[in-house]
Design a binder for this molecule. Sequence first.
Ligand code: MG
Length: 292
Amino acid sequence: MKLATLELNGRLTVGVVDPDAGLVRILDGVLGDAGSDMLALIRRYDELKAGLEERGETVALSDVRILAPIPRPPRNVICVGKNYHAHAEEFTRSGFDAGARIEEAIPTRPIVFSKPPETVIADGEPIRYPHGVSDSIDYEAELGVVIGRGGRGIKRADAYGHVFGYTIVNDVTARDLQSQHKQWFLGKGLDTFCPMGPWLVTADEVDPENLALRCWVNDELRQDANTRDLIFDIPTLIETISAGITLVPGDVIATGTPVGVGIGFDPPKFLRPGDRVTIEIGGLGRLSNVLA
Ligand code: MG
């Protein structure tokens, strides 16, 4: 199922989207005491899912406003850096890490950082260009993993049992801040720097280890990869992160971006106001945002 958070006649709710038919089935009323937001649905999905297939009023997709699938995650979006071989190499070659040698480009353990929940915006919403704060804004197309069942000490073999679904994330980055401040929080955490969506697709409909991922800036194809090329796969990421941090329902893990980001070009191709970044991941839809 494609599950969206949406606004209908001023009401916030969730629905099952059929993009081909241009329809969305509204799930409030179906959820009852669970409330009408995605986090409530995720927490009670196992008991509710049998009733979700056919119930609810159907309306035109054009009559609703689609928000990010999890408009306000329960806490910071968890992100993984340098998780595709060719991207790790382009990043090192760009000179970002002064003195780093190309032979050392590939991390031996996952690099994990986070973005504040307030960075999340929906498909179609503007990414705010941070005038006077940064002038090296970059895009990063990524597969986002949405946690369904929380847990601590999750083993690789059990990891997929904790995944609720998948979505698209643009890990927008201010490269100058990312570099100058050493820790990545400022460079990754500016307001509106986490476009997410357009919806999430439940795990039963996705093979996350074989998804085509493409990213355009305006009409130019910049990233064209497949999630099979992740250095650390999803079970490894969940095992690593949950070893000492309890994952909770609704946590989002952005799994890293492939080769083709702006800083990888010589000279770099950073984003300017008016540029549109569009990301497509097979079966997950299309996430498109303009810098404004
Ligand atoms: Mg990233």
